[in-house]
Design a protein around this ligand. Structure first.
Ligand code: UT7
Length: 339
């Protein structure tokens, strides 16, 4: 088995900033309610780009960061719940935009856990030796499935994309956990096409908008975040004190405060950028990872945990050792193959 590491990250958000005040002009809400109940101050809402456009911009930035050309990619996975089409996949659209003609491309639907699921899938392909280089993108234009008259969701969800390039190399990915609970499928959902054809018509007049039982998801998140973190710690043999950063899905600042309390850790250990971007579902962890990397917050050798939860219900976590900036540590490069 080969070791797998992240060698580049990227992100892209639409230019259009929408403040809480802007939203309070068309639904009955306020900056005070949104800030206190969620931590969000503003978000980006696309006026030009669709999902593949955001994904491709994030991808280019990640490839530049990694110093890898699109032709080297063996695999492109896009994690999204807001694709352009039922088919073709957003990943195929991204492939064409990048000119990554060697790559196998497909989308996955795991909502806010999508980036972790995508990393885990890409890791398996590289571990076994089938592929050497993969691009995993989390990209969403949630603004197109949000009901802009529903104040319980339209204040939360937003648009953006983040990406990571994975390569065969030293041991960057240490442990991971993924899981799903389909019994919670209706807690957060956006219906697509009902069964309707020449022989039957079960269509109900359901709007194709996102609906959410916020309180239920909140409780689920506060339970599952600590469980996922404890599982990746247990599998890795490290303790929580050795972990430098926890990069969570950015859903609600109060969820993170409650999870920190359960884990008996300082809440500052969770990286938070929800105030600027809102909840970008599959993009949020990737966006935060890139922001931290580009902001110089991640040091070579740092232990990091990514953790997410979302519609499905889905959940997952991944423990990484940051190795991206190891160019000056040539001795580590000799550790490329442990199998
Ligand atoms: O990405 C993963 C999936 N999503 C999540 O992780 C979301 C998890 N849940 C949450 O973040 C929170 O449940 C919300 C932010 C969605 C809602 O916060 P809450 O504290 O759970 O509020 P609530 O739904 O219990 O509603 C409390 C009150 C209600 O009014 P009444 O019935 O007490 O009079 C709502 O109608 O707040 C009202 N409300 C609002 N008021 C002003 C709901 N949305 C708004 C709003 N502005 N935007």
């Amino acid at each position: 088995m080969y070791n797998v590491e992240i060698v580049g990250t990227g992100s892209f958000v639409p230019e259009n900033r929408v403040s809480n005040e802007d939203i309070s002009k068309f639904v009955d809400t306020s900056d005070e309610w949104i800030s206190e109940r969620t931590g969000i101050k503003e978000r980006r809402i696309s006026t030009k780009e669709n999902t593949a456009d955001l994904a491709a911009m994030a991808a280019r930035s990640a490839l530049d960061d990694a110093g890898i050309s699109p032709e080297e990619l063996d695999l492109i996975i896009v994690a999204t719940v807001t694709p352009e089409h039922f088919t073709p996949s957003t990943a195929c659209l991204v492939q064409a935009k990048l000119g990554a003609y060697k790559a196998t491309c497909f989308d996955i639907s795991a909502a806010c856990s999508g980036f972790i699921f995508g990393l885990t899938i890409a890791e398996q392909f590289i571990k076994t030796g089938l592929f050497k280089t993969a691009l995993v993108i989390g990209a969403e234009v949630l603004s197109k499935i949000v009901d802009w008259n529903d104040r319980s969701t339209c204040v939360i969800f937003a648009d953006g994309a983040g990406a990571a390039v994975l390569k065969r190399g030293v041991q960057g990915i240490i442990s991971e956990v993924t899981g799903s609970d389909g019994n919670g499928a209706e807690s957060i959902a956006c219906h697509a096409v009902p069964l309707k054809n020449k022989f039957c018509d079960f269509s109900k007049d359901k709007a194709n908008y996102l609906s959410m039982n916020g309180r239920e998801i909140f409780k689920f998140a506060v339970k599952i975040i600590p469980e996922c973190i404890e599982k990746v710690l247990e599998d890795s043999g490290y303790s929580i004190d050795q972990v430098k950063h926890i990069i969570p899905h950015q859903a609600n600042i109060r969820i993170l405060d409650a999870a920190a309390k359960k884990l008996q850790i300082n809440k500052e250990r969770f990286y938070v950028n929800i105030q600027r971007y809102g909840n970008t579902s599959g993009a949020s962890i990737a966006l935060a990872l890139d922001e931290m990397s580009k902001g110089g917050l991640l040091r070579n050798g740092d232990l990091i945990i990514l953790v997410g939860f979302g519609a499905g219900l889905t959940y997952g976590a991944m423990m990484l050792k940051w190795t991206k900036d190891r160019n000056n540590n040539e001795e580590e490069n000799n550790d490329a193959h442990n199998g």
